[in-house]
Design a protein around this ligand. Structure first.
Ligand code: UTP
Length: 472
């Protein structure tokens, strides 16, 4: 068979070693996986990322400069530029130019939760899953801007069926099934440290999602991109499934993008401390780059300017506006703008030479992933907009400690408390600034300070905050 020969020629013939032992379904499954692999691309990745002793970096750290960003003005209400951006963003929303876009194809290994991460319960009282929190924010935005605001959700083979089933079971959280579109990202084979494809069973290659950068190709391949073009959607509000704080559509941010010539914009937060694990927005060779925290030399991470502020202060929080035209450009047949693959050393269960499954305790293989922020150097003008931490970012990455469900629930309550206290409500807070009695605000009641304030004033009844309170 032709495909077996091809694998043989690329030194990966072992993939079909147990072919004769497989049933017809297993054979079909293995063939489907094998067909997805671009063996020439894989050879290149093995040579450059697995076997090469030195990984080549395009970045010259000696001439690296911090990227400039739009700072939140002290008097936001009266700042001409920020208000113009807000207006442009609202107009884009009202005229149906925007879609929400969530990347939810990851494996969520650090969280260690059984099921798609978006189904993880996260709100402090009602235990709403992440997907529901986003759905309610989208619903609130639809009402506010009187628009369709469709939602695109990228899944992967790991969680596609379970994600679709979850939305169906929950009646799409009231959004209407036709307005939420799921599509799968691509996958890549994992290889061992010599570059041999790892097998997870006799009939299955160890494959994993190709990184959030895979969203660009997947948007095109799935037909979602053409669908958007037909609907007149030209802006994607991109966010990750693990961050319930995100403003799913932020008029200021959308407006700054729409008023510029850039094809992709980003939100930033000033780093909370020198070695916070956020990518750094930098200018390298005149182009915007996100330099991962693990790649940034310590000397630059801690560098301060004359005023004592961190020089490389702008941290990436994985929130972007991406122009639909840009995705088209990146994915066009023959485009030279393909996102580069990175390698991740992982512990990958595999079938050993005697056909037994081994669960390694040390990293034994490499997964290949692309990152969406690697598109930024191709996007033209750098547009980076400052955000506030509670207003946009508290991700759920880990089972415990930093960026865990516990820290995220505490942050949600800090934010709700902030909104209430701005309305003159007195709340009892613990020494970490978290309300002593639990607090939750439905996004349908308020999803930012402004919408909350409006609902609060309309409520007109007194609320007893000496017990848990859910405002909906
Ligand atoms: P992370 O980089 O945190 O990865 O993803 P992860 O897979 O969720 O978690 P770990 O590293 O295994 O613990 C950041 C965001 O990018 C999405 C995730 O779903 C999350 O929203 N993502 C990541 C994808 O959509 N596809 C991928 O291949 C990787």
């Amino acid at each position: 068979m032709d495909i077996r020969n091809r694998f043989e020629q690329h030194g990966q013939g072992h993939v079909f070693q147990y072919w004769d032992d497989l049933g017809s379904d297993e054979k079909a499954g293995l063939l489907e996986q094998a067909e997805e692999i671009d063996l020439d691309e894989l050879d290149r990745l093995i040579a450059t990322l697995v076997k090469a002793t030195e990984v080549h970096s395009e970045i010259n750290y000696d001439s690296l400069e911090p990227a400039l960003y739009e700072r939140i003005p002290e008097d936001l209400e009266n700042d001409v530029r920020w208000q113009a951006a807000k207006q442009a963003g609202e107009t884009a929303l009202r005229s149906g130019r925007v879609a929400a876009f969530t990347v939810a194809g990851g494996q969520g290994t650090r969280l260690g939760y059984d099921g798609p991460k978006g189904t993880f319960p996260i709100s402090p009282i009602e235990n709403k899953p992440l997907f529901q929190v986003f759905a309610e924010k989208i619903m609130a935005a639809r009402r506010r801007f009187e628009c369709d605001l469709p939602w695109y959700v990228m899944t992967s083979n790991v969680n596609h069926e379970a994600t679709e089933a979850f939305f169906a079971e929950n009646d799409f959280f009231g959004l209407g099934g036709g307005t939420v579109r799921f599509f799968r990202q691509g996958r890549m084979p994992a290889v061992d440290l010599e570059g041999r494809i790892l097998m997870e069973s006799k009939g299955a290659i160890a494959m994993s999602p190709d990184g959030h950068g895979g969203s660009m190709r997947a948007l095109d391949r799935s037909g979602a991109l053409s669908e958007m073009e037909l609907k007149g959607i030209d802006l994607l509000s991109y966010f990750q499934v693990d961050n319930p704080h995100v403003q799913v559509v932020d008029p200021y941010f959308i407006g700054f993008h729409a008023l510029s010539d850039t094809l992709m914009s980003s939100k930033m937060l000033p780093k909370a401390y020198e070695k916070e694990k956020l990518g750094h927005f930098c200018i390298s060779g005149g182009r915007l780059e996100v330099v991962e925290y693990s790649d940034m030399p310590d000397s630059l991470t801690v560098l301060r300017d004359e005023s004592g502020a961190l020089k490389f202060i702008a941290g990436s929080i994985a929130i972007h506006i991406v122009s639909v035209d840009f995705v088209r450009k990146l994915t066009k047949e023959g485009s030279t703008l393909a996102l580069p693959f990175h390698k991740a050393l992982k512990k990958i269960p595999y079938l050993n030479a005697s056909g037994e499954l081994v669960r390694p305790t040390e990293p034994n293989g490499v997964k290949f992933e692309t990152f969406v922020f690697d598109a930024l150097p191709f996007a033209g003008e750098a547009v980076i907009v400052e955000s506030t931490r509670l207003g946009d970012f508290s991700p759920v990455k880990n089972a415990e400690g930093v960026d865990s469900a516990k820290s995220c629930r505490a942050d949600q309550q800090r934010l709700f408390a902030q909104w209430l206290m701005a309305e003159g409500v007195e709340l009892e807070l613990d020494e970490e600034g978290v309300p002593v009695h639990k607090l939750e605000v439905s996004p349908l009641f308020g999803y930012d300070a402004e919408s909350f304030s409006e609902s609060w004033k309309r409520l007109g009844e007194s609320v007893d905050f000496s017990k848990d309170v859910y405002l909906s």
